[in-house]
Design a protein around this ligand. Structure first.
Ligand code: BGC
Length: 710
């Protein structure tokens, strides 16, 4: 593909100024099939004869700079006798401040090949080259953090495109899932804030853009700024977007103007209407939700409205942060593939949606961007200017994305291919830890993120007070065990990793004798570090009770906290934490009006005041990882063999809810597990598509495919 095509650029490339490449052509004979293949350095938006080609938003997607995906579109039905192909290209993820420090090394460029097969079986190929025209576009500005500026009155005179000598070997066929428009939301209200601002509320924190229609006079302006939350007075607040301007500007032509952005997206619930040609009404505007086209596979339901809202928030957190890569957040000046966030959320993600292909693509980028010494950059894909692939800074949990995520994909979908592909990456990662640690058989004395955002953080710090060397060593141990298992699955010798794991465990036990924080106890239990689970579980439970039945855990402890409790005899405490409405808790944020998962337990206090503008996203999925406890422990559904070939269903009911249920659509079919109270008894309804072990009140039942009542 693209053998005879050239990369082309506008001769006056300017950062953030989109350009459009044009080609007119007339097919010679009757067409049987026409396929348009495109990719770009930057994001592109293709049209043929004024009509959009395909539905991929922000194509070609976000990958390691070592590769760029191309997309193929069937355009047979769009071709006429005379045709105009227009491909708009903006900087997207490729250039500019999305790379943290502005990058503009390679101008935004396009490469394109149109393959035509005529009915007489002859072929013609039209490729991008110096014969194409290039123009500046009505879209005058596009940048992912700052938004778009569109001038409907602008007109440029086309010039000749310039050929760019750039590597074509980086071009690969699209590996990921398409990013497409998924849902349309109407405003739930349009109101005047106390300070006089007009605000449109969509009732849901979402990721995507908006579409508006308005009758206007030439030169009228539409200007929007977006935010996730209102301040305690009910006014617009977006200081937490930091350097992301999150703006939109549009200069109208005479008559009807309908527009939706093409090279930007925003994370928002509210739009502040800074200018509009008339009083804005519901029919003028809607929100369009955009994310990767992943299939929903998991559903949770309970007798508590607040809990159901939490489940909905977890789903919206995933939708909002699965836009081609798993991101930390979709709104402020980050929106990066932070590896730690993906690591702690990936189990929940695999229950909620079929994310096999989504993660396969991202893990390929992880493999490509692995550092020279085996370190895993904390952000994948690597941004150009923050190059952790050479600076060797890899935090535990963040780096463990290289082992934990592929292994989870294998467990849920039976994907051995991904293990094969990542095996060398995993091995190199372990060697990196072995070489960088200051104490053999531990991961010790290195730069870490610790229990990120743990509430027991010393003042002024983002890192909880759990021992960072302990956390890192536990995850080192866990990764070694994963690599031992993966070795066996791939038919290789696991012995050396088993031996290493044993040594690490001995050393951890010798070095870290006491578990002082909730996160330390949680990890000691969940990862089988302690030899005295009973005592540690009691200690954890006592600490939680002494703290008013409140958690204190951050990114590292939280995903495992309820598991550690319910697996060690404290299921009721796990439910207490899940159902607590007091700060800090999941339902506290729900009661504060959250429609997605907050980055901080204390993102907003009871008075409606914000924690800090520096690090306060209201759409950060990490704490949404609590949903995997509901699937796996509360409703009890777990794969016994990969891809749910066989299933364990061991629900753990409570009197604190009238009912709870989980539905999971696996590759083998539907699994359903519900428990409910009836006439003073607990009843169970279970459905499985395969041979399963059902555990009710400690009693095991071996069953085949079918529906069961207990
Ligand atoms: C991101 C996090 C990330 C962290 C690591 C933050 O700025 O938003 O979610 O994991 O940095 O330090």
């Amino acid at each position: 593909m693209f053998e005879n095509a050239s990369w082309i650029v506008h001769p006056e490339n300017k950062l953030y100024e989109p350009v459009c490449f044009l080609k007119e052509f007339s097919p010679k004979k009757q067409i049987k099939k026409a396929t348009l293949n495109i990719t770009s350095l930057g994001c592109y938006y293709p049209s043929l004869n004024g009509e959009r080609v395909g539905s991929f938003i922000l194509a070609p997607g976000f990958t390691s700079r070592k590769r760029v995906q191309y997309q193929s579109y069937d355009v047979t039905k769009m071709i006429r006798d005379e045709n105009k192909l227009e491909i708009l290209v903006g900087d997207g993820w490729y250039n500019g401040k999305i790379n943290f420090v502005v990058a503009n090394n390679v101008p935004k460029s396009l490469i394109c090949q149109l393959d035509i097969i005529y009915t007489d079986k002859t072929k013609e190929t039209i490729v991008s080259d110096g014969s194409w025209q290039a123009t500046k576009d009505k879209l005058r500005f596009a940048e992912l953090y700052d938004g778009e500026i569109y001038d409907a009155l602008y007109k440029d005179t086309p010039t000749c495109a310039r050929v760019l000598d750039h590597d074509k070997k980086i071009i690969v066929k699209q590996q990921g899932v398409n990013v497409i428009e998924q849902e349309i939301l109407d405003p739930v209200s349009i109101f005047k804030a106390p300070n006089g601002d007009t605000i449109v509320d969509f009732g849901q924190n979402l990721t995507g853009y908006f579409e508006f229609t308005v009758n206007a006079k030439e030169g009228d302006k539409v200007e929007f700024t977006v935010c996730e939350e209102l301040d305690k007075e009910g006014n617009f607040y977006n200081e937490n977007y930091r350097d992301a301007k999150a703006r939109f500007e549009y200069i109208c032509k005479n008559g009807e103007n309908t527009y939706k952005p093409r090279l930007a997206f925003w994370g928002f619930r509210y739009i502040r209407v800074d200018s509009f040609p008339c009083e804005i009404k519901q029919e003028n505007i809607k929100a369009i939700v955009v994310h990767s086209d992943i299939r929903r596979t998991g559903y949770l339901d309970s007798s508590s409205d607040l809990l159901n809202k939490l489940f909905s928030n977890v789903i919206w957190g995933q939708k909002g942060n699965f836009l081609d890569v798993p991101t930390d957040c979709p709104q402020r000046d980050e929106r990066q593939g932070w590896t730690g966030d993906a690591t702690v959320f990936c189990k929940t993600a695999t229950y909620n949606y079929d994310v096999e292909i989504f993660f396969e693509k991202w893990l390929t980028d992880l493999k490509l961007d692995q550092g020279k010494k085996g370190n895993i950059p904390n952000i994948i894909p690597q941004t150009v200017c923050w190059d952790w692939s050479t600076t060797e800074n890899t935090g535990a949990v963040w780096g463990d994305s290289a082992t934990i995520i592929p292994y989870q994909i294998y467990k849920m979908y039976g994907n051995v291919k991904i293990l094969k592909k990542l095996y060398a990456t995993m091995q190199r990662y372990l060697r990196y830890i072995g070489a960088s640690t200051k104490k053999r058989y531990l991961w010790y004395g290195c730069e870490q993120f610790g229990d990120w955002l743990g509430l027991d953080a010393p003042s002024g710090s983002y890192r909880g007070s759990s021992n960072e060397d302990f956390i890192a060593s536990v995850f080192y141990y866990n990764s070694v065990k994963i690599v031992a298992d993966v070795s066996e699955i791939l038919g290789k010798d696991r012995a050396k990793y088993d031996t290493l794991a044993t040594k690490i465990l001995e050393k951890i036990r010798k070095t870290f004798k006491e578990y002082k924080t909730q996160t330390e106890c949680t990890l000691a239990l969940y990862f089988n570090i302690t030899e005295d689970k009973k005592a540690v579980a009691k200690h954890l439970n006592d600490m939680i009770k002494a703290n008013g039945t409140k958690l204190q855990t951050g990114f590292v402890g939280t995903p495992f906290l309820l598991h550690a409790l319910s697996q060690n005899g404290y299921t009721e405490t796990a439910y207490d934490l899940l159902l607590s409405e007091q700060f800090p808790s999941w339902l506290y944020s729900v009661k504060q009006g959250a429609t997605t998962i907050w980055e901080h337990w204390d993102g907003k206090n009871e008075k409606g005041e914000f924690w800090s503008k520096n690090m306060n996203s209201f759409n950060h999925y990490a704490y949404g990882s609590v949903a995997d406890w509901v699937y796996e422990e509360a409703c009890g559904i777990k794969p016994k063999t990969p891809a749910f070939g066989e299933v364990i269903i061991a629900p753990k009911p409570t009197d604190k809810l009238d009912y709870l249920s989980a539905t999971v659509y696996t590759r083998g079919g539907k699994i359903f597990s519900k428990w409910y109270h009836q006439n003073g008894k607990i009843k169970y309804e279970i459905e499985t598509p395969v041979k399963s072990t059902i555990v009710i009140d400690g009693k095991e039942y071996s069953v085949g495919k079918g529906k069961y009542h207990f």
